[in-house]
Design a protein. Structure first.
Length: 256
């Protein structure tokens, strides 16, 4: 009888351990599932912000289409993880409609690139540069996943890279011009030299880069000429002062 009781106790303990192990496994799977859903939701939220901010730059319709597809893929992954969610299914349908609309916009596009105007506000410039950097990271990630064609990636990344270069150069030249107009010639030369070095080191020697290098080089030439002229005037002035001192030293003494 005692042996039977002991045996039942052991069986009960084993059952409790097994049930606890199963519950822990389910909890772990549920946590992993929630983490994966949260990751996909974060991707969709990031894309929404990027799409809204695309209005601040002359972005191509293809870029908007890539971001919408990224959101759709994330929503589909959420649907696979949580097939019972009606909200997720509705989100998938909504994003699919957005993609259809984005496709129509891309097809209707003339392909003419908009002119980009550099904002006067420094915070806006920084925000645009951060936007471009995020977009390039997203493009690289989508290329790695095999979601976008390498040729499309190359075209869009090159466009963003050129835009990033233009913002950096125009900002440096603008600061250089402001410093020059305020007679801060040394600071102006530093800004121009940095702009020229950035243009020289850039792998894509576009028409803009070549034209801007010539413009910045001319400004540096003007500063060099101005500094040489100023140094010559200083030397002449110093020589005149020394000559006057010698004349005073060796002139005949007056008799009183």
């Amino acid at each position: 009888m005692v042996a039977i009781i002991i045996g039942l106790i052991i069986i009960l303990i084993v059952i409790v351990v097994v049930v606890n192990a199963i519950q822990q496994q389910k909890q772990k799977q549920e946590q992993e599932k929630r983490a994966k859903i949260a990751k996909q939701k974060a991707i969709i939220d990031e894309n929404e912000e990027l799409i809204i901010n695309l209005s601040n730059i002359p972005a191509s319709p293809n870029l908007s289409l890539i971001l919408h597809r990224r959101s759709l893929n994330a929503a589909k992954e959420m649907k696979n993880l949580s097939p019972e969610s009606k909200a997720t299914a509705s989100r998938v349908d909504e994003l699919q409609s957005r993609i259809d609309s984005a496709k129509d916009t891309a097809q209707a596009s003339t392909g003419k690139e908009e002119q980009f105007m550099l904002p006067d506000n420094e915070k806006q410039i920084i925000a645009i540069l951060q936007l471009i950097k995020k977009l390039r990271v997203v493009l690289k990630s989508e290329l790695t996943k095999g979601v976008i064609d390498p040729q499309v990636f190359s075209m869009e990344d090159k466009r963003l890279d050129s835009m990033q270069l233009k913002i950096n150069i125009e900002s440096l030249v603008k600061r250089g011009n402001q410093a020059y107009s305020n007679d801060m010639v040394g600071s102006a030369r530093q800004y121009y030299e940095k702009a020229l070095q950035t243009l020289t080191d850039h792998p894509n020697q576009s028409e803009y880069a070549i034209q801007k290098k010539a413009e910045v080089s001319d400004k540096l030439g003007e500063i060099t000429t101005q500094l040489k002229s100023a140094n010559a005037e200083d030397r002449a002035k110093k020589a005149k002062e020394e000559e006057d001192e010698l004349d005073m030293l060796f002139q005949p003494k007056k008799k009183w």
